[in-house]
Design a binder for this molecule. Structure first.
Ligand SMILES: Nc1ncnc2c1ncn2[C@@H]1O[C@H](COP(=O)(O)OP(=O)(O)OP(=O)(O)O)[C@@H](O)[C@H]1O
Ligand SMILES: [Mg+2]
Length: 199
């Protein structure tokens, strides 16, 4: 609780550290502070894993901040700690449900879909990243608004050569989710909105 508001503390646990071994494709080497740090991370020794851990946390905080400063519907980042991020709690006493766990009306679904696509577009154009793990697991539904969470793996569009294909995957997954409500066309959105041809 902070100033009468509930806050969420996302703690990056040791099992996540193990997961970093598979995350090299997401995190560009340019982000290392020094070449010794990069070499250490490549060797996956203790220092390397600890610094990868901290970088992951800092990245989530940094991207939440950039999106939140632009009035996008993400939790307000409050404080970055070494192994945790403190952020606005999305929900009333209990965490808001994930998109996959709610049944929306057709009007709500259309609104949610439009909001999410605008958010993905703004993340790409203004923040310069593809979320890279966008799905109905990482979108919460609260107060009639879709809230996008879970940013550490977001791919930088300028430095990550996979960012465009990750963006395609994000848009495709969002379309797949909403196809239960209405017809969606990921290819059309990708070409008309993002200038990406998938065929
Ligand atoms: N700001 C928040 N407010 C309320 N609940 C949150 C918030 N951030 C995350 N959660 C809850 O925690 C869950 C996991 O968060 P997140 O997706 O950021 O982490 P994760 O690394 O994917 O964790 P996991 O692997 O356990 O799903 C979310 O599905 C949601 O229920
Ligand atoms: Mg998640």
């Amino acid at each position: 609780m902070l100033d009468g508001r509930l806050i969420a503390l996302k703690v990056y646990t040791p099992p996540m550290l193990r997961w970093f071994r598979n995350a090299a494709g997401y995190v560009e080497w340019k982000r290392y502070r020094s070449s010794s740090e990069r070499r250490a991370a490549e060797r996956r020794n203790w220092f390397g894993r600890a610094s990868a851990h901290e970088r992951w946390v800092a990245r989530e905080f940094f991207l939440l901040r950039r999106a939140w400063d632009r009035d996008m519907s993400v939790p307000e980042p409050i404080l970055a700690l070494r192994t945790a991020v403190c952020m606005e709690f999305i929900g009333d006493n209990e965490p808001a449900p994930r998109l996959r766990d709610v049944e929306l009306s057709d009007v709500e679904a259309q609104h949610a879909f439009n909001e999410i696509i605008v958010c993905v577009d703004r993340l790409w154009q203004e923040v310069g990243v593809a979320h890279s793990d966008l799905s109905d697991y990482n979108i919460l539904w609260w107060r009639e608004v879709p809230w996008i969470i879970d940013f550490p793996q977001a791919a930088d569009r300028r430095s990550n050569p996979h960012s465009e294909s990750l963006l395609v995957r994000d848009v495709t997954r969002v379309c797949e989710h909403f196809s239960r409500y209405f017809q969606t066309d990921a290819e059309k959105i990708l070409s008309e909105r993002f200038g990406i041809m998938t065929r």
